[in-house]
Structures are given as structure tokens and as C-alpha cells.
Write a protein that binds this ligand. Structure first.
Ligand SMILES: [Zn+2]
Ligand SMILES: [Zn+2]
Length: 449
């Protein structure tokens, strides 16, 4: 159950002679054979990428996208189960005794108009929450899908080098934070094997050029909780405020004062954000309304900071109501997506191989303040590595850094990854990461299993 050639000789030889120089040669050779396999697969991957890009589908509507991936995976030899978590799919490839390694892609696009002007740009429209909207793959999930299929193909081509089971999952509805939970609720880890290790990648906007990989040790993305508050006053004439309890004053005071939870209560060295994005009240300038409804979002990396912020936000809301002699407000904090925390052992093992393959193009990246529901798999007990890949031409990235005008990032209408080198990096990095996990698991070097 070991590689014919160890990925990293220095690690693989254990108590024997360590040969760090040879280690790089092995990984370099492996990288070359992955890239050769990629080169011959690329025309198909390019067509798949551009087809998916031009025909995006929104959360839980990804039926055609899922069907395309199912057909690709069956053609490679995977056993595919569709409609796991509504529109998700699970593809298994069994190759003897050994660990199960999961690779996840997302399926969904965003309700927005693409403005890149690319020949394969989306002009798709659909109905979303009762309204007509454009649809676009502005988060790069199409790059992830092409890399996912390419990685599957490459790993099957290299099947002499590993033993075990590949579990490739295509998850719906990441953008609404509901797809991972939907797949788990429909038996992802009970109807199918529970993976020993999991991997996912994400396009990283304009931070790194293509060919580069960013990795964050530990916490990689934030938890996202939603906040709902209804301040209850007593409405009346705008000319006679003394006869009313003005909920607009209460809510306005809250919006300002709640930021002191961030600046005065939270540890300033730790990340935490609270933003109020929706403030609704009133019908007319001369009527003091009965109530105000606020909605917001709370982002943190750390569970202690999260608990402290929830407490501070609730106290501030109650205090402003009390100051106005108003009834207690309705406060609902809904815990949402949790932080993605990379597993130290999985990251270290894959990181050594990626460092040997990519040199200083494999870099430390800061955590992101956005959230990602891959955390559901981690919290279900799958130690994982989640990394980023760059998407833009190195010269364009350098010019943008010089001018100070950033290149369009994820969720921008102008987000436009350069397909071939971006997908090549995705396939090469993911293939090496998966092989590193098979190698390490086969040697029993992980604690636990
Ligand atoms: Zn996104
Ligand atoms: Zn995304």
C-alpha cells in the first residue's frame, strides 16, 4: 500500500538514510507526469469549463451542471450517485485496500450579471426568490469543477501509485451556505464511506497570480452568524415625540454603540466583525413608527470571540431599549456557517509535497473574512486541507499591485480567471495533495486512524 516511488524520500525512508535532495527530484518527476497527463486531457477540460461557465445555475438548481459532472466521472470509471443533498453527487473510485480520500467541488453560481465580455461569458437569466436575475460563475466554482474532473482523471491515470478509495463530491448551494448540510443530512458519511482525509480548493481572486498556491495554517475562513433585532417603541406624531417611544432613535443608537463591542470588548488582536446591512422602519417623515427591524452579520474566527460578541451585541440592544424605557427588543442570533480550520497533520504532509513541487509559489496566505460551508465536513470529523489557487497573469497582478487598483476578485462582475494555467495549478496541486495523503495514511503516520 505504498507508492512505488515515495513522494518524499526524506520522509518515506523513516529511520534509514534521509535524502532531501532526492525528495525534490521525486516530486519534480511526479509533477512532470501530472502535467503531461493534464496536457493531453486539457482540450476536454477547457470545453467542459467554458460550457459550465456559459451555463451557470444557482443554488439547488444545479441539475444540468451535476449531470455534466456525473457523465464525466462515469467516463473516467467512477461509480456515481446523483441527487445526494438535492442536486449534489458522490463519485467513488475503489482501487484496493487503503484510506478514503475526499475531494470536494461546489456546483453553484451567483445571482448577478457577468460583465467580463469574454467569448464564453454567461448571458443566462433565471428566477431567484421570485425575481428574474442574471446568473454568473463569478466565484470560480466552474474552475473548481474543471480542476476536480481533471484531478480525478489524473489520479486514475496514476492508479499504480496509490491504494484506497477516491471519494469525489460535488456540492450544491455553497453560496447560500446550505449545500454541505444538505449532503450530510442525506447520508453523505453513512450511505458512503466516511473519508479519512478531505481536500478542497478555491480560486483566490487577485492576491496571487496563477501557478501560485496559498495555504493558511489553522483557521482559514470565518464563522458567519446572522443577527435579527426588532426594537419596539410606541408610534405617534412626529411633532409630538414626547408622547411616543421612538424606535428609530433606539435602533440608530444601537447601530453606532454595537461597534464598541468590537473596539472595547473583543480582544483587539483577534478578528471579529459585526455589520448591520438592513435597517427597516417607517412610512412617512412625520410619523414615528412603532418598530424598527435590523438585520446584520457577525463574523469571527475564534469560538471565544464569537461567544463574547454575541453577549455584547445582546447587552447593547437591551440597554438601548432600557434607556428609552421601551419594551425589551426581540433579538435572534442564528448560528450559521462555522470557521474552516485546516488540520495541522494533513496540511503539513501535503504542504511538504507542494513546497517541493511549487517552491516559493506555495505560500502562506492570511485567513479570509468570508465564510465557507466546507467547515461542515471538518466538524463532522474529516481532517482537511483547504487551499487557494491564483487566477490572473503574473504581470497583471504585478501591475495591479504597483498601481494600487486591485484586479476583480471573487463575486465581482469582472472576475475572469485565465482558464488553462489556473486549472493546471488546481489539478497539479490537488493531485499531489491527494497522493501525499494516501502515502501518509498507508504508512500509518496519522494519529488516530
Ligand atoms: Zn462565493
Ligand atoms: Zn466560492
Amino acid at each position: 500500500m505504498r507508492f512505488a516511488k515515495p513522494l518524499l524520500a526524506a520522509v518515506a525512508v523513516g529511520g534509514m538514510v534521509a535524502l532531501p535532495a532526492r525528495a525534490e527530484i521525486d516530486v519534480a518527476k511526479l509533477k512532470q507526469s501530472i502535467e503531461a497527463s493534464f496536457e493531453s486531457d486539457y482540450p476536454k477540460l477547457d470545453a467542459l469549463y467554458k460550457d459550465i461557465h456559459a451555463h451557470p445555475e444557482l443554488a439547488f438548481q444545479e441539475e444540468k451542471t451535476a449531470a455534466k459532472l456525473a457523465a464525466e466521472m462515469r467516463a473516467i470509471g467512477f461509480e456515481v450517485t446523483e441527487k445526494v443533498g438535492r442536486t449534489g453527487l458522490v463519485a467513488l473510485y475503489r482501487n484496493g485496500d487503503g484510506p478514503t480520500i475526499m475531494v470536494r467541488t461546489e456546483l453553484d453560481a451567483l445571482p448577478m450579471e457577468e460583465k467580463t465580455g469574454l467569448p464564453y461569458a454567461s448571458v443566462v437569466k433565471t428566477t431567484w426568490q421570485g425575481r428574474e436575475t442574471f446568473v454568473a460563475h463569478s466565484c470560480g466554482h466552474d474552475i473548481h469543477m474543471a480542476s476536480w474532473v481533471g484531478t480525478a482523471k489524473t489520479l486514475v491515470t496514476l492508479k499504480e501509485r496509490w491504494k484506497g478509495t477516491l471519494m469525489f463530491i460535488a456540492q450544491p448551494a455553497e453560496e447560500v451556505g446550505a449545500g454541505a448540510m444538505a449532503m450530510l443530512a442525506e447520508g453523505l458519511f453513512t450511505r458512503f464511506p466516511k473519508p479519512d482525509v478531505g481536500f478542497a480548493l478555491h480560486t483566490g481572486g487577485g492576491i496571487f497570480p496563477y501557478g501560485h498556491i496559498g495555504y493558511t495554517v489553522g483557521v482559514r475562513s470565518s464563522s458567519a452568524d446572522s443577527l435579527f433585532i426588532r426594537f419596539k417603541g410606541r408610534g405617534g406624531h412626529g411633532a409630538s415625540p414626547q408622547a411616543t417611544i421612538d424606535p428609530i432613535i433606539m435602533a440608530s443608537r444601537f447601530v453606532v454603540d454595537v461597534q464598541s463591542v468590537i473596539s472595547r470588548e473583543k480582544d483587539p488582536t483577534k478578528f471579529g466583525v459585526v455589520s448591520i446591512g438592513s435597517f427597516h422602519a417607517g412610512t412617512s417623515g412625520n410619523i414615528i413608527p412603532d418598530e424598527v427591524v435590523l438585520q446584520g452579520t457577525i463574523r469571527t474566527y475564534d469560538v471565544d470571540v464569537r461567544a463574547r460578541m454575541h453577549d455584547g451585541i445582546k447587552r447593547t440592544a437591551k440597554a438601548v431599549a432600557e434607556m428609552a424605557d421601551a419594551p425589551a427588543p426581540d433579538i435572534v442570533i442564528t448560528e450559521g456557517i462555522k470557521a474552516v480550520v485546516n488540520d495541522a497533520a494533513v496540511g503539513e504532509t501535503a504542504g511538504k509535497v507542494l513546497k517541493a513541487a511549487f517552491g516559493d509559489k506555495f505560500r502562506a496566505a492570511p485567513p479570509v473574512t468570508a465564510s465557507e460551508d466546507y467547515s461542515e465536513y471538518i466538524n463532522s470529523g474529516v481532517p482537511s486541507m483547504f487551499f487557494n489557487i491564483g487566477v490572473y497573469d503574473p504581470e497583471a497582478v504585478a501591475a495591479a499591485q504597483k498601481s494600487g487598483a486591485p484586479l476583480p476578485g471573487n463575486h465581482s462582475a469582472l472576475f475572469a480567471p485565465v482558464p488553462k494555467p489556473t486549472i493546471q495549478t488546481g489539478v497539479t496541486a490537488m493531485t499531489l495533495a491527494v497522493l501525499s495523503a494516501f502515502d501518509q495514511r498507508a504508512k500509518g503516520q496519522y494519529k488516530g486512524q
